[in-house]
Design a protein around this ligand. Structure first.
Ligand code: DX5
Ligand code: ZN
Length: 236
C-alpha cells in the first residue's frame, strides 16, 4: 500500500470538494471457483485494494481462508492486499500471512491481549498495521496505540458473514475515530466493513470513512466496474 495519505482534495476550477475514497472489494463474496479471474476482474473494474477475510471458526462462527489463498490473490494482482484477520491469537499467524504477500494485516482489538505488541510485530514484518473494532467496541480501545497504527477498520456489521445489514449505530463512532485520528496527527486510514452499498456509502463517508470494504456491493453485481463507480459516486 506504499505510503498512502488520505486527503480530501479540492478540485480547483470546478469549485467542488471531492472526497477521495478507496474501494476494497472483499473476495468473500466472489466466485471462489474462479478466484484469480474474480480478482483480476475487480482490478480491471477499478478496485483500489483487495480485501481478504480470514475467519477461524473461533473468533467468528465461520471459517474461510488461510495464507494459501492470500498467495493465490497475490499471484493474480498487483493491488495492495488488505488482510482482515478474524482469528484468535492472530500474533501466531502474522508471519505466514506476511510471507504469502499481504500488504496490510489487521487484527481485532477484541482478540489481542497485547495489542501494541502485535501491531509492532506487524510493522516489524514490513506490513501496514491495522486494528479492527467490532460494532460494540469503544474507540477508547485504540486511543493509546495511535502511533502504532496505519489503519483503523470499523465493523459496521458483526463479523463473520457477507451480505449482512449495515448497523447505523456505528456511525457516531466513525465520526469519533475520525476526530481521534485527525487530532493525533498520524497518517491513519479509516476503513469501514459490512453492509457498505450505495445507500450507506454517503453516511459513512460523511462521518469520516475513507476506505470502503464492499463484498456483495461489488462481487454480487454483474457489472463490477459499474458497481465500483456507483460507490464512488455515492461518496461524493
Ligand atoms: C464480514 C467481513 C466483510 C464482508 C463484507 O465479517 O469482514 O469484509 O465480506 O461483506 P458485505 O460488504 O457483503 O457486507
Ligand atoms: Zn472484512
Amino acid at each position: 500500500m506504499g505510503k498512502p495519505r488520505w486527503r480530501d482534495s479540492l478540485q480547483s476550477g470546478k469549485r467542488t470538494y471531492v472526497t477521495v475514497v478507496r474501494v476494497a472489494p472483499s473476495i468473500l463474496s466472489a466466485d471462489l471457483g474462479r478466484l484469480a479471474d474474480e480478482v483480476r476482474a475487480a482490478e480491471a473494474a477499478g478496485a483500489d485494494w483487495i480485501h481478504v477475510d480470514v475467519m477461524d471458526g473461533r473468533f467468528v462462527p465461520n471459517i474461510t481462508f488461510g495464507p494459501g489463498i492470500v498467495r493465490a490473490v497475490r499471484a493474480a494482482t498487483r493491488l495492495p492486499i488488505d488482510v482482515h484477520l478474524m482469528i484468535v491469537e492472530p500474533e501466531r499467524h502474522l508471519a505466514a500471512f506476511a510471507d504469502a504477500g499481504a500488504d496490510g494485516l489487521s487484527v481485532h482489538v477484541e482478540a489481542c491481549t497485547h495489542l501494541q505488541r502485535t501491531l509492532h510485530s506487524i510493522r516489524e514484518l514490513g506490513k501496514r498495521a491495522g486494528a479492527v473494532l467490532n460494532p460494540h467496541t469503544s474507540e477508547e480501545s485504540i486511543r493509546y496505540v495511535l502511533a502504532d497504527l496505519d489503519l483503523v477498520l470499523l465493523m459496521t456489521v458483526n463479523p463473520g458473514f457477507g451480505g449482512q445489514a449495515f448497523l447505523p449505530h456505528v456511525v457516531p463512532k466513525i465520526a469519533r475515530v475520525r476526530t481521534l485520528i485527525d487530532d493525533g496527527g498520524h497518517p491513519i486510514d479509516l476503513e469501514v466493513d459490512g453492509g457498505i452499498a450505495e445507500e450507506t456509502t454517503g453516511i459513512v463517508v460523511d462521518a469520516g470513512a475513507r476506505v470502503l470494504v464492499a463484498g456483495n456491493a461489488v462481487f454480487a453485481q454483474p457489472d463490477r466496474a459499474a458497481a465500483i463507480r456507483a460507490l464512488r459516486a455515492a461518496a461524493k
